[in-house]
Design a protein around this ligand. Structure first.
Ligand code: CU
Length: 283
């Protein structure tokens, strides 16, 4: 039997209108105020609002083949509709893609960043798989043409044996080794609602020599996604200097509240993308 699971993200709850990406650097966390439309770089909080039709957008996340099962490739669709339920068909290219999809599991031990393809009728589609059963939160990050940058999210259920839930805890040391690289994260501040610069220093794990030939990934030196422990607060942060090539990659952001946050930095070197996670306490 084919069962269609449709989960509608309630716009009022899940919708987060993020700052326009007219300038590189910080974007606002989910739950922020409405901000100027794409292309505005004045940084004014009260600049023009998106056109009426593009307020209260909704996203429906669905597995058209039925329930998703752990470790099986399955199609995931995202349909974006306006406040009247009409499909939204025009999007701005943002960091080389029309839509960025971030998927995490319940304890944030799993992270995936993929790019569904637009198929018309407001619908994006991508084939993906999940490493275990359980709940996953899916974030669709995009800019409707004429509207503001927005992230719509929903929890989706995946059938299968659930992995052991491990509590998320702040890292004692902000140094990680991933794919032969040693990455150290320095933070200029670690208090809520303060401007903070995240500096990733990327070096060869063996020689400890700084890597200065990072390649652009999605048009920038790197991408950073930050989630609160409960996955309610989502921040997608772009570099201060998109054209940097390492060993340092700097990002400006602000944590919306105190608590434990997980930070994923994504970079590209020698044609390979690597993802480095950190967990920090903001207090
Ligand atoms: Cu992306």
């Amino acid at each position: 039997m084919k069962k269609k699971i449709i989960l509608v993200a309630a716009a009022a709850i899940a919708l987060s209108v993020l700052a326009a990406c007219g300038k590189a650097g910080e974007e606002k966390p989910a739950g922020g105020n409405n901000h100027a439309g794409h292309g505005e770089s004045s940084g004014q909080e009260n600049a023009e609002k998106p056109a009426g039709q593009l307020e209260n957008l909704q996203a429906s996340f669905a597995f058209p083949a039925g329930a998703a099962k752990a470790n099986e490739e399955t199609e995931l669709t995202i349909q974006v509709t306006d406040k009247d339920g009409k499909p939204v068909n025009k999007y701005e290219v943002n960091h080389e893609k029309l839509l960025h999809l971030i998927i995490v599991n319940h304890d944030l031990s799993f992270f995936n960043h993929i790019h569904p393809e637009f198929k018309g009728d407001g619908t994006f589609t991508v084939n993906t798989s999940f490493p275990a059963g359980g709940e996953y939160k899916v974030f669709a990050d995009f800019i409707p043409t004429g509207g503001a940058k927005i992230t719509l999210s929903e929890w989706v259920k995946v059938e299968g044996k659930e992995a052991k839930h491990s509590a998320i805890a702040a890292d004692a040391k902000l140094v990680k080794e991933v794919d032969g690289k040693e990455i150290e994260l320095a933070m200029s501040a670690i208090k809520p609602k303060e401007d903070v610069t995240l500096t990733f220093n990327i070096r060869d794990a063996k020689t400890k020599k700084g890597i200065d030939n990072l390649q652009p990934y999605l048009g920038a030196v790197g991408h950073v996604v930050i989630l609160s422990e409960d996955a309610n607060q989502y921040l997608h942060v772009h570099p201060i200097d998109e054209k940097a090539t390492g060993p340092d990659a700097k990002f400006a952001t602000s944590f919306p509240q105190s608590g434990t946050f997980k930070i994923w930095g994504q970079f590209q070197h020698n044609g390979e993308v690597f993802t480095v996670p950190f967990v920090v306490d903001v207090k």
